[in-house]
Design a binder for this molecule. Structure first.
Ligand SMILES: [Zn+2]
Length: 242
């Protein structure tokens, strides 16, 4: 975290937010639930060490609608500036599978699994869990199978629109996640639909996972969001609104 703060200062960023994972399923190596008390101590330590940088706290809740008690326990530890809700996993034939594992499943119907994914995002949005921001809405496209027909937003338009409508109805913020500079998640098409369907606000995440990727892809992401009709915020930690 300290190296991430140093990197943020080096880049001239006015602020940084750490939204560590609170995952409650364990279907692959990288899933874990943040030790929230230890995490908040670390945030405080960084704030003391880097007084010129605004450091926001936060958490990314994975599938909070499957784990309401665990979610409440994490959020009860201390106030957080930014709470994201995300889906990484879907249930396929009764088994919990992370979208990154779909390509390892023999004979997987990628389109059907992706529809299942959007259905799960919709369920999460409608489950009344306490998060403000919808993270990486089209996460499965990051792990699209090489050689399969390419991922196209249009192919999932009805499902994505349902997700966006639910997000707008419940007052959520749409995250534009830059996948550490590799891919916009979601892309322009979806951000335009978001605006069209009444979405009020957008925020950015680089999903950096390491200090060298902080804010990677933000130039392109901000240009895209502005072109889709959202206005830059005057305060750099504020949301971009329509
Ligand atoms: Zn995530």
């Amino acid at each position: 975290m300290e190296r991430s703060c140093e990197r943020a200062i080096e880049l001239g960023l006015p602020a940084v937010a750490f939204t560590d994972h609170a995952d409650f399923v364990k279907v692959h190596e990288d899933q874990y639930c943040v030790d929230i008390a230890g995490y908040l101590d670390s945030v405080e330590r960084c704030r003391t060490k880097f007084p010129g940088l605004r450091i926001l706290s936060g958490v990314e809740l994975g599938e909070p609608h499957w784990f309401p008690a665990e979610t409440a326990a994490v959020l009860s530890v201390g106030p957080l500036d930014n709470v994201l809700g995300s889906v990484h996993c879907v249930k396929l034939e009764g088994e919990i599978v992370d979208a990154s594992q779909l390509r390892d499943r023999e004979g997987v119907d990628l389109a059907a699994a992706t529809r299942e994914y959007f259905g799960e995002v919709l369920a999460m949005l409608e489950a009344d869990q306490p998060f403000e921001t919808l993270a990486h809405l089209d996460y499965p496209k990051r792990y699209w199978i090489e050689g399969a027909p390419p991922y196209k937003e249009k192919d999932f338009e009805p499902e994505i629109r349902e997700v966006l409508k639910a997000a707008a109805r419940t007052g959520r913020v749409l995250e534009v996640n830059t996948t550490r500079g590799d891919r916009l998640c979601p892309d322009m098409t979806v951000v335009r639909w978001w605006r069209e369907l009444g979405g009020q606000a957008v925020q950015y995440g680089s999903d950096a996972h390491s200090p060298d990727k902080i804010a990677a892809g933000f130039h392109v992401a901000t240009q895209m969001v502005e072109a889709a009709g959202f206005k830059p915020a005057r305060d750099p930690v504020s949301l971009w609104r329509r």
